[in-house]
Design a protein around this ligand. Structure first.
Ligand SMILES: *[C@@H]1O[C@H](CO)[C@@H](O)[C@H](O)[C@H]1NC(C)=O
Ligand SMILES: *[C@@H]1O[C@H](CO)[C@@H](O)[C@H](O)[C@H]1NC(C)=O
Length: 226
């Protein structure tokens, strides 16, 4: 009985690895359309890179991977890649190993998930620093999303942060905003984000209007200041 079960698991793993092995890497083109330098970060898939105004960073992302891409602003790094950023800083490293500090606008994704679909979103749950577009560029998928509103300029006074607009959880640290337990709804602050960027996550349980899918194998672009 146990041998049979182990054998089935072995077969399952074999075919799963075969499937993942044959699936194509997805290409992510990260473009900086802002008129200032961005230090883009992609964790845990690729670390980070400085992107000058108009520059582009192309990544090959392995099938089945999940992660997030965000912009860091106001950074200074030394020759060995140690320093600090005003927004989105990941422990002072140019090559991010961990996620960034709020406020930072997030492009989040999980490739080849349930039914081989890619799931992706733009999230303001960690606040907002730079306007963003996150769109498919292949496979005929039309589920592009963007959050291009001037949220920094319209940020409520209590949430204002250097270089961005904080999420209320970071500022007030209460369960109403952080939603670490229970089922939380929108708040007066999340509504300010949702009014300006209807297709982006505005609070932790905002899945219904904020999660998008394309078929696995699709390529994407992330554009800062679209
Ligand atoms: C960047 O563009 C904004 C908006 O168009 C403008 O207000 C700002 O002066 C520009 N900054 C630089 C450094 O060119
Ligand atoms: C949101 O609600 C809280 C608690 O009622 C209040 O203190 C705060 O001023 C409100 N903020 C805005 C922007 O409406």
């Amino acid at each position: 009985m146990n041998t049979f079960k182990n054998l089935s698991i072995a077969f399952f793993n074999f075919f799963f690895i075969l499937f993942i092995g044959f699936a194509h890497a997805a290409r992510f083109d990260i473009t900086n359309n802002c008129n200032f330098t961005i230090w883009a970060a992609a964790a845990p898939i690729a670390g980070g890179r400085q992107i000058n105004e108009g520059g582009i960073w192309s990544l090959e992302v392995s099938p089945g991977s999940s992660g997030r891409i965000w912009a860091r602003t106001g950074c200074n790094f030394d020759g060995s890649g140690n320093g600090k950023c005003q927004t989105g800083d990941c422990g002072g490293l140019l090559q991010c190993k961990a996620y960034g500090a709020p406020p930072n606008t997030l492009a989040e994704f999980g490739l080849n998930q349930f039914q081989n679909l890619d799931f992706f979103d733009i999230s303001l749950v960690d606040g907002f620093n730079v306007p963003m577009e996150f769109s498919p560029t292949s496979g005929g998928c039309t589920n592009g999303i963007r959050c291009a509103a001037d949220i920094n300029g319209q940020c409520p006074a209590q949430l204002k942060a250097p270089g961005g607009c904080n999420n209320p959880c970071t500022v007030f640290k209460t369960n109403e905003y952080c939603c670490t337990s229970g089922n939380c709804g929108p708040t007066n602050y999340s509504k300010i984000f949702k009014d300006r960027c209807p297709s982006a996550y505005s609070y932790p349980k905002d899945d219904a209007t904020s999660t998008f899918t394309c078929n696995g194998g699709t390529n994407y672009k992330v554009v800062f200041c679209p």
